[in-house]
Structures are given as structure tokens and as C-alpha cells.
Write a protein that binds this ligand. Structure first.
Ligand code: A3P
Length: 312
């Protein structure tokens, strides 16, 4: 993670306190057919995002909510900073004054102007689907690391998150939540649609897809693959450092510095298969059918190893 997280923590804390004052219907707005939280996003910012100019050496981390974006974001920033230390002035990459909220769609409409001053390489996160991203990201063939997580754990993690973080609308019951999740009435839209849309880019040379589960199972190997994809050349020792600093325990222990109080909500379990505590037979049937219909025959759908991670 970048050394400076003051603006991140300030914005997140403000979202929490703003959310506490809002009625449920005031907590979301719809833009271009998808709902977003008013505590983090705005129509003005989405409009301004259209003018964002990508750079060829930007690095994007794309992942739906709760797929582990803070985790992989830590790994990406650490890899880029570690490599910069070997080659150039890493302090210029981590100037506190220039810090921006890492998710491109979150913040004020002026952030894209300020981001022009950021030195390369910029590491930028997003929960957005590809068709909602500025065109220059694709025309410039910016490298995109696409992070996927099995849909049942995403649904489970998002459920707890919505009910534990005051900036997001909560749900009275798991059933209510599950219906909203399956109907795409979720912040940032449907996860099934998300994977379906990203699958249209699955063969793009500038995109590499990884899963939360493979990263959990083989961190060193996946971190090495990410380095190769970004054309970075860390030593084995540096890779090990990146892996150690990104363990769930290490990130949770450091959460006061990186995430403030929000860390208590974010770093929940960090495991695989927690969905087994929430999904009934009916929920399994519904999710399995949706996956089968939309994703099972797609490249990204196969990458998820649904039969291994999502079968009851
Ligand atoms: P759980 O709610 O299942 O615990 P995001 O960062 O995209 O919001 O995703 C949050 C999910 O990633 C949470 O899942 C969180 O615990 C998990 N997570 C965060 N840091 C992690 C780490 N270092 N290792 C594994 N999982 C992590």
C-alpha cells in the first residue's frame, strides 16, 4: 500500500458519518442504469470521469466489491514501489500531497485534473464494469489486473459489509439481500453481469485475470505472475516481502495506519467458503442456475472453478 493514506482515511471516515445521517433511500443514486452509494460517488464525478486520460504505463486493478481489492491493491502498490526503489526516486511516487482515493470512480469531480500531476506509474483501482470505464484505458492498452472471487463468497462478504458499514444501505434479512444481489439491485450492479461484461475482454493482451482463491492457495507464484505481467523484476526476497506484508494478519495488524476504523469492518474473515453458513438449498439452486446460464461456458466463468469453490 502507498505510505500515505491520510486522504483515504479522511474520505472513508466522512462517508461513514455522512451515511449515519441519511435515510436508506438517500444512500444510493442511479447512474447509467447502475446504483452507487451517495456517500462515495456522484453523477458529477461520473460525468467528469469521461475526460480521464489514461497513460500507457498506468496499472489498473479491476475487481467487483468484496473480491479482495484492498488485498491485491496492497500487493500491486508494494510491487510498484519496491521496483521503483531499485530504479528511481520512489519518494516521488509516494508524495503525500498527491495522494488520491485509489478507486477511480470515488471522490470529487476535480480529482482527474489533480491526477494529471501524479508521477508514473499510477496504480488505480476500480469496481466498474469495462463499458463504464473511460475509453482511453482500452485504446491505450493500459495493463489491467482483473481480480475475480467466487460469487458465493462475494455475495456473503458484501452482505456482511453492507450491514456493518454505515455508509452503505443495510438489509433486514439475508433473504432480502440475496434477492437484491441476484437482481442486480446492488451497489455497482450485478456481479454476474460484471463477470459477463469483463469476459468480453478475456482475450485482450493487456488484461490478466487472477482469482482470490488462487492467490490464497499460492501467493508466491501469483505475485510472481503479476510482476511478470507488469514487467517488473523483483528478487525472490522482494517477492517474499510483498507476500508477507500482504497476509491477512499483517494487513489487519496494520489497519489503523492504512484504513483507520474502517479496517474493523473491512478485514472480516479473509477466507474461502464462508458462504456455506448463509446459503440455503434454495439460494444454492438459484445462484447455481444463474451461473450455469450466464457464465459456465465463458473463459472467466471457467477460471472461477465454480465446481470446486461453489458446489454445496
Ligand atoms: P471477507 O468479508 O470474506 O472477510 P475488498 O477489499 O474488495 O472490499 O474485499 C474485502 C474482502 O477481502 C474481505 O473478505 C476481506 O476480509 C478480504 N481481505 C482483505 N485483506 C485480505 C488479505 N490480506 N488476505 C485475504 N483476504 C483479505
Amino acid at each position: 500500500m502507498s505510505k500515505h493514506r491520510k486522504k483515504f482515511i479522511t474520505l472513508i471516515n466522512k462517508a461513514t458519518t455522512d451515511g449515519e445521517k441519511l435515510a436508506p433511500e438517500e444512500m444510493t443514486f442511479s447512474y447509467d442504469g447502475i446504483i452507487y452509494p451517495t456517500t462515495l460517488c456522484s453523477p458529477e464525478t461520473f460525468k467528469a470521469l469521461e475526460s480521464f486520460e489514461a497513460r500507457e504505463d498506468d496499472v489498473f486493478l479491476a475487481g467487483y466489491c468484496k473480491s479482495g481489492t484492498n488485498w491485491v491493491g496492497q500487493i500491486l502498490n508494494d510491487l510498484v514501489l519496491t521496483s521503483a526503489k531499485n530504479t528511481e526516486d520512489s519518494d516521488s511516487l509516494d508524495d503525500e500531497e498527491l495522494e488520491e482515493f485509489p478507486y477511480i470512480e470515488v471522490g470529487d469531480a476535480e480529482k482527474y485534473q489533480r491526477m494529471k500531476r501524479l508521477p508514473s506509474r499510477r496504480v488505480i483501482f476500480t469496481h466498474l464494469r469495462p463499458e463504464k470505464l473511460p475509453a482511453s484505458i482500452f485504446s491505450k492498452k493500459v495493463k489491467i489486473l482483473l481480480l475475480l472471487r467466487n460469487p458465493k463468497d462475494v455475495a456473503t462478504s458484501f452482505y456482511h459489509f453492507c450491514n456493518n458499514w454505515n455508509a452503505y444501505p443495510s438489509f433486514k434479512t439475508w433473504d432480502d439481500y440475496f434477492t437484491a444481489f441476484m437482481n442486480g439491485q446492488m451497489l455497482w450492479g450485478s456481479y454476474i453481469d460484471y463477470i459477463f461484461e469483463w469476459n468480453k475482454h478475456a482475450d485482450d493482451e493487456n488484461i490478466m485475470a487472477i482469482t482470490y482463491e488462487e492467490l490464497k492457495e499460492n501467493k508466491v507464484q501469483v505475485v510472481k505472475q503479476i510482476s511478470e505481467f507488469l514487467e517488473l523484476h523483483p528478487t525472490d526476497e522482494e517477492i517474499q516481502g510483498v507476500v508477507d506484508r500482504s497476509s491477512f494478519q499483517a494487513m489487519k495488524a496494520n489497519a489503523d495506519n492504512t484504513h483507520g476504523e474502517f479496517g474493523n469492518v473491512l478485514f472480516r474473515k479473509g477466507g474461502v467458503s464462508d458462504w456455506k453458513y448463509l446459503f440455503s438449498e434454495e439460494h444454492n439452486r438459484e445462484m447455481d442456475a444463474a451461473f450455469e446460464e450466464r457464465l459456465s461456458e465463458t473463459k472467466l466463468g471457467r477460471k472461477l472453478k465454480y465446481g470446486v469453490y461453489c458446489k454445496a
